[in-house]
Design a protein around this ligand. Structure first.
Ligand code: IMP
Ligand code: MG
Length: 270
């Protein structure tokens, strides 16, 4: 068997990291501690562990093997849209909810960020599934102000407000299979910009990728950035229509790494 980190794909992915936050060994050892704490707390109780796909899949696989109790395992699959709407929005990608009545539940995710995902799922479990209790376990917890009041009962590691990948965490669907957790180099964190109609003539292109100087930036900062590259765009300034991931966005909305931003001239005629 090859050593982890020495296979070509893993090496290529790791070269895109600015730094490694937690190695595979550190993650495994921390998960063993979490499993021990859960084993002690739930001994003799009916326990169901529910993970959130896709990100929580690896954490689930390793954590339940460190819980030395009879348990049931289940999953939910959700899609969250953020950045484009201040309220956030969590859609369930399944009709069937897990069967949780009469059971203590531990809900797992890879990371607690704004808290919208975990809070929406917990609320739905409590209102629809009659569990005895719902606790939350996350591998990572971001040290930021939450959009929803939710905290985890079990936390693997605290991280700062930076975009992390690996061990289930993705950027644009990739990097989930890295056995460690790290921070991507900024040159690999980009937003894709699509130009429409006569804006293609002004900029000379249909699409481009730009690097984010920070983790996030507002539409107006993004436009300012484009105005310095393409002077001809500036005269349209306030009239430009902007959509982030196919939804119209106002100037103070925030774009994040991985977003697709469409820029269109104002609708003509009428
Ligand atoms: P929340 O609803 O804002 O708490 O976000 C939770 C979801 O956002 C997680 O399930 C992750 O999929 C994703 N997420 C948040 N921060 C990161 C990150 O730094 N890297 C990768 N995914 C993240
Ligand atoms: Mg996720």
């Amino acid at each position: 068997m090859e050593n982890s980190g020495s296979n070509p794909l893993e090496k290529r992915l790791q070269e895109r990291l600015e730094k490694i936050l937690f190695t595979r060994e550190e993650i495994c050892s921390r998960i063993a501690d979490m499993g021990e704490a859960i084993t002690n707390e739930y001994s003799g109780q009916p326990l169901t562990v529910v993970t959130i796909l896709q990100g929580g899949a690896l954490f689930m696989a390793d954590l339940i093997r460190e819980i030395h109790l009879p348990l049931k395992a289940d999953s939910v699959s959700v899609e969250s849209y953020d950045g484009t709407e201040s309220t956030g929005n969590v859609t369930f990608l399944q009709n069937r909810m897990p069967k949780l009545d009469g059971r203590h539940v531990i809900l797992l995710d890879d990371i607690l960020d704004t808290g919208r995902t975990l809070s929406a799922i917990r609320r739905r479990f409590l209102t629809e599934c009659s569990p005895l209790s719902v606790k939350i376990a996350v591998l990572l917890s971001k040290q930021i102000e939450r959009a929803e009041s939710v905290e985890a009962d079990y936390v693997g590691f605290e991280v700062g407000n930076e975009f992390v990948v690996g061990y289930g965490l993705d950027y644009n669907g990739e990097y989930r299979n890295l056995p460690l957790i790290g921070v991507l180099k900024p040159e690999f964190i980009t937003v894709r910009i699509l130009f429409f109609s006569l804006l293609r003539d002004i900029t000379g292109q249909e699409e481009m990728e730009i690097q984010l100087p920070e983790q996030t930036l507002s539409i107006s900062q993004l436009l300012d950035n484009l105005f310095t590259r393409y002077e001809g765009l500036k005269e349209w300034d306030q009239k430009l229509l902007v959509a982030v991931n196919c939804e119209y966005a106002s100037r103070n909305e925030i774009v994040q790494s991985g977003d697709e931003v469409a820029i269109m001239p104002p609708v003509q005629g009428g």
